[in-house]
Design a protein around this ligand. Sequence first.
Ligand code: IVH
Length: 672
Amino acid sequence: MSSSAVAPQERAAELRRLVEHHSHRYYVLDDPEVSDAEFDRLFDELVELERQHPALATADSPTQRIGAPPTESFPKVPHLAPMGSLEKVTDEAGLLKWAADVRKRLGTEEPVSYVTEPKIDGSAISLLYDEGVFVRGATRGDGTRGEDVTPNLRTIKAIPLRMRLSDGEEAPRLLEVRGEVYLPLSAFNRLNERLVAVGKKNAPNPRNAAAGSLRQKDSRITASRELSIWVHGLGHVDGVELESHAEAIEWLREHGFRANPFTERHDSVESVARVCREWEKRRVELDYEIDGIVIKVDSLEQQRRLGALHGRPRWARAYKWAPMTAQTKLLRINIRVGRTGNLNPWAQLEPVEVGGVTVSTATLHNEEDINRKDIRKGDTVIVQRAGDVIPQVVGPVLPHSKGSRRFRMPANCPLCDTEIVKPEGEAMHRCPNRACPSRGLETLIHWVMAAMDIEGVGEQFVRRFWNEGLLRSMPDLYRLTSEQLMEHEGFGEISARKAIESIERSKEQPFMRVLFGLNIPQVGWVTAQNLARHFGTVERLMDASQEDIQAVEGIGPDRAEAIAEWFSDEENRGLVDELAALGLTFEAGEAERPPEGPLTGKTYVLTGTLERWTREEAAAALEAKGAKVGNSVSGKTAGVVVGEEPGLKLQKAERVGVPLLTEKEFEALVRG
Ligand code: IVH
């Protein structure tokens, strides 16, 4: 691609077109066509060309997003059409009442269609295009005049600096586009971590963060905030003929604007109600906060007839839910010791409603994470429910509570008082005492729930009989009798017999499950399976050296050492013997034989947490298609399935160039 033969003007025009095209694919359609590197090459060439020929750098060039001099204040500017606000309804009854009112006003015979859209919890803005060129953008203000934040809006790559026009199409003379600037939740979390790290006041929720980012005096700061936009309508229009809202949204899309994909048209209010119900649950799937659904009468002619009352259109309603983030007081940081001895800190919170659910506990990951976010006991904290159901503490609302101190893990185990260790390079603190009561209890819970999957015998059962002193280890479980259970409240003859029967049945669970259940350090589902397949019997595994174990698929030296060490321990060997004598399976069988399928010969690696699948389920689904599931990434890996909070495997995969799969792609693979 040599530019020497072409005139600079033409090359600049071509580059602008390409950069705009790829920018649109990336930022508006979320569907890039070229690699980041390729895009950067085009962009850099344009920058260089404009540097050599400054006259080519017009205001609507994609290179001119950042660079306006800092402003002292934001001048007030009028909106051509007023920016109203929405009347809200909070339940289905309110929605139906509104729909009935609409019908009454329009005449009951007339059909009414509606459009639903997510109600984005961001900052309302109006964008003004003059002959297709973005010339001014303003906040809502009082509805008639807003603050001119044009330089900051220009930094948002999802806002076109020029409308996309088809060949020969004339741009509307003046056009106001209305939308919501927002901060994705992932960017909000990153921003708050950065702010707290430098001791700055952080934002209590994504909406404040978006509004604050838009009002920065220096647009370079706005540019660093990863803001985006969803457009949801038009204000003043001069030179466009449209009949419905749905058509307007489509028109906006065609002209380069980013309209929300979950915009839907409905012919009945019942269908609208269903969407409102569905999205209240589904909203956690989104990477931005929505606080409801906006419902609009679709026909623009009907909208005009319905009109507005005090700036609130009669043709629209906001169906609002409770927000997904909330503030509350962090009462205590507690520690739970898991089955592997890891110390898991968790937050005890003053109960607070988050998205319609009362939350009183949240996970806190580890000491480093707590201190990076600088979360302290006594702080007011931001609690967020997103992605999964376990609430998270996003960060403190500064200033900290008086006299607060940074969090320190206890020096000794809260349960057995053994000195805590933190292995070099690992994030978690551990209690090294293998006899620590919590580990025994957690191991048993892991055994009955995850490994053996014993029907009707769950966490409550184990805790209860652990506290009674009847259960201390896995073999104890197989020595329980129905008579013993019947002595306890809640157990009759039938329920006791059933429990004992299902415990008995677990003896048939395959070897790999038994290995998984033994709670050997660093042996998860995948490794257990690979060990079972490779060695075939527990005797061979017990006699194996570290080198022998390292020969197993996906097992590196550290893991091999930990496994060999576990099996060389007398107590552990005793446990294995005892379980074998009780009749548990210690020999590979049908379950360990890899099935044949479309993915035979391919190895996949899992990293991070998937939303809808446990690790075990995901591995089993891949194997059912014939694939192998490995522990480490190499050039031979067919793909890496990437979940939330991926580990180093992701970096390795990117380095080696192994294809990455999202949860959706993984699902398509195992279902396809
Ligand atoms: S339409 C006459 N659609 O919610 C107002 N608003 O009070 C028409 N919002 O400030 C607004 N998502 O900024 C509309 N899909 C959506 C929206 C939306 C969020 C905001 C809007 C307005 C507030 C309603």
